[in-house]
Design a protein around this ligand. Structure first.
Ligand code: NAP
Length: 248
């Protein structure tokens, strides 16, 4: 935390469920007020907010579609107007979807939707928040990538392309804003137990993982929390794998 402001805010996109919820809780435990973005699941978002409050912090819900540039801009400008003395100093670009299929059967809308939600969202959300970070000379940006973006996985040309692009954007932005004391890093999980991996054959897949299990959302949140901390101030432009030893 920069400690310059009485209230310090963190935004987690896709904070209503899964990894995003665990990250929101971790940041709450670190003392951040957590702005929880989500797309549609009001009940789960409310649950995350309640957990944030139980953790001793506070937060608010900010519902918008991160794949929509105008909706993202309006929501974030609205937040800033409502909080003229504050800024979001930690941004976790976590919201994501997958729509797997072999390329021969992949419909154009499934390619585009995965790209806009997982990659264009980086631009849509980071662009409105980067100027306040630059002005305050402090910021932490953490992008949720994937093993798929490093290695490429069959059935995921759309998702691998989006996450690979996100890793490249992480490295580019890190070089743009390093002088302003803003770090930009990516995290690349392997298989993590959330709604996203429902339907996958865990018993079979875990045989390919040296740790012989899927990861927990809290384990990803631990790494994100470290990258969001002051102690991680000399790490930037990195993509850190967290996958139980799967090849990356
Ligand atoms: P999840 O359980 O399916 O949760 C996805 C979250 O993203 C939900 O909060 C959802 O909101 C939100 N979301 C989806 N589309 C959105 C949009 N257009 N605008 C705003 N919010 C949106 O997924 P997860 O497993 O926690 O995944 C989180 C991130 O980790 C993703 O970027 C994913 O690609 C990445 N990842 C996951 C794994 C894994 O094994 N789970 C592995 C590698 C990387 P609603 O609740 O409103 O739908």
């Amino acid at each position: 935390m920069s400690n310059k402001y009485s209230i310090v805010f963190a935004l987690v996109t896709g904070g209503s469920r899964g990894i995003g919820r665990a990250v929101a809780l971790r940041l709450a435990q670190m003392g951040y007020r957590v702005v929880i973005n989500y797309m549609s699941n009001d009940a789960e978002a409310e649950k995350t907010l309640a957990l944030v409050r139980e953790a001793g912090s506070d937060g608010e819900l900010l519902k918008f579609d991160v794949s929509d540039v105008e909706a993202s801009r309006l929501a974030l400008e609205g937040w800033q107007k409502a909080h003229p003395d504050d800024y979001i100093e930690v941004l976790v670009n976590n919201a994501g979807i997958r729509k797997d299929n072999l390329l021969v059967w992949m419909e154009p809308e499934d390619f585009t939707r995965v790209l806009t939600t997982n990659l264009c969202s980086f631009y849509n959300v980071t662009r409105p928040l980067i100027t306040p970070m630059i002005r305050h000379k402090y910021g932490r940006i953490i992008n949720m990538a994937s093993l798929s973006g490093l290695k490429g996985l069959p059935g995921q040309c759309n998702y691998s392309a989006a996450k690979g692009g996100l890793i490249a954007a992480t490295k580019a932005l890190a070089q743009e804003v390093g002088r302003k004391n803003i770090t930009v890093n990516a995290v690349a999980p392997g298989f993590v137990k959330t709604d996203m991996v429902e339907g996958l054959d865990e018993a079979e897949l875990k045989k390919t993982i040296p740790m012989n299990r899927f990861g927990e959302a809290e384990e990803i949140a631990g790494l994100v929390g470290f990258l969001a901390s002051k102690e991680a101030g000399y790490i930037t432009g990195e993509c850190i794998s967290i996958n139980g030893g799967l090849y990356s």
